[in-house]
Design a protein around this ligand. Structure first.
Ligand code: SF4
Ligand code: SF4
Length: 317
């Protein structure tokens, strides 16, 4: 049985155990520019099975440049923000007290909404004792769906969200990207960088998180923040080091001393950067960069083993 078939079997077993829901692998990092999208798209192509790849980096979606899907659907997306009926509002202040984002203020005997700050949780509507709050739709961006059929036996169902110009509230659109139904057994999320609300919204509920980093002081600092974040969320995780032979050894030392699994190291090669700049996938057959990726190509069947290895707890402490 090939590594790919083994992975498929293991993921199938996981699905059965988890009531047949897809296995969700989130690719995240504490900072931008570490190679998340490169990894996410390469993993999707290397999986050798039906994959749903979701570009959750809605502020700067770019996975489509590598996947080059055939687009099939474009939909504008709205999010609910509260509208307050001044006639019914008693200015009790319960909505403002509940809102963790300061999106409602009560002053001068009336409640005011700051829609740009609202995360659309709808908690205020539920708590209002007077039934004075209803939902108002606010445009937030768009969703695009398509399919990559480079390997017809392993199609990539691609979903991407794009925040509208002037909109700053990414989490509701990220939830929309994650909520589009799909039947593929593997779900890969290309997450926004950082450790704030967008990243947390994207990784929350995942079965496993891969944190991509680079061996620099900035990479280490942001990796520590990302590790702390996924630990607080109680998510199992591992690390992939990009440009692994650049910089220093502090990221390696940090992972070793904390017992964190380094699932893969990608070397620092000009040919990889050139392939990236052309929009080539890391694992594309015949890609000029591939011969220059001895470590990656040698372990690519096990790259597919990245999720495989990660299915086996405990891999990190
Ligand atoms: S909870 Fe309802 S009644 Fe109370 S201040 Fe808010 S909108 Fe007005
Ligand atoms: S919907 Fe949620 S985030 Fe928005 S104002 Fe109400 S409580 Fe605050």
């Amino acid at each position: 049985m090939s590594e790919t078939q083994k992975l498929e079997t293991q993921i199938s077993d996981m699905r059965r155990e988890k009531n047949a829901r897809p296995f969700t692998l989130a690719i995240a990092s504490g900072k931008g520019g570490t190679g998340k999208t490169t990894l996410a798209t390469a993993l999707a192509e290397a999986a050798g099975m039906g994959v749903t790849l979701r570009d959750c980096d809605v502020e700067e979606p770019n996975a489509h440049l590598f996947v080059q899907p055939h687009w099939s659907r474009h939909t504008e997306q709205n999010r609910p923000v509260p509208r307050i009926d001044a006639q019914r509002c008693s200015a009790c202040g319960k909505c403002a007290e509940l809102c963790q984002f300061n999106a409602i203020a009560v002053a001068g005997g009336r409640a005011m909404v700051f829609a740009e700050l609202c995360h659309s949780c709808q908690g205020c509507r539920r708590i209002c004792p007077e039934g004075a709050i209803s939902d108002e739709n606010m445009p937030m961006g768009s969703l695009d769906c398509g399919m990559q059929l480079k390997d017809p036996a392993a199609p990539i169902n691609f979903i991407s969200g794009k925040l509208a110009i002037g909109q700053v509230m990414a989490p509701p659109l990220i939830r929309a990207v994650k909520n589009v139904g799909a039947a593929e057994p593997l779900n890969i999320l290309d997450c926004p960088p950082g450790t704030s609300c967008p990243m947390i919204t994207a990784v929350r509920g995942s079965d496993f998180v891969i944190l991509v980093t680079e061996p620099t002081p900035f990479g280490l600092n942001d990796l520590e923040l990302a590790v702390e974040t996924v630990r607080q969320l109680g998510l199992p995780f591992g690390v992939i080091i990009n440009r692994a032979d650049s910089g220093d050894s502090r990221v390696h030392d940090y992972c070793r001393t904390r017992g964190i699994n380094i699932a893969l190291e990608i070397p620092w090669k000009r040919s990889i950067a050139e392939a990236y700049s052309r929009g080539d996938s890391l694992c594309e057959k015949g890609a000029p960069a591939k011969p220059a990726l001895p470590q990656l190509s040698a372990t690519w069947p096990t790259t597919v083993s990245v999720p495989t290895a990660m299915l086996m707890p405990p891999i990190c402490t």
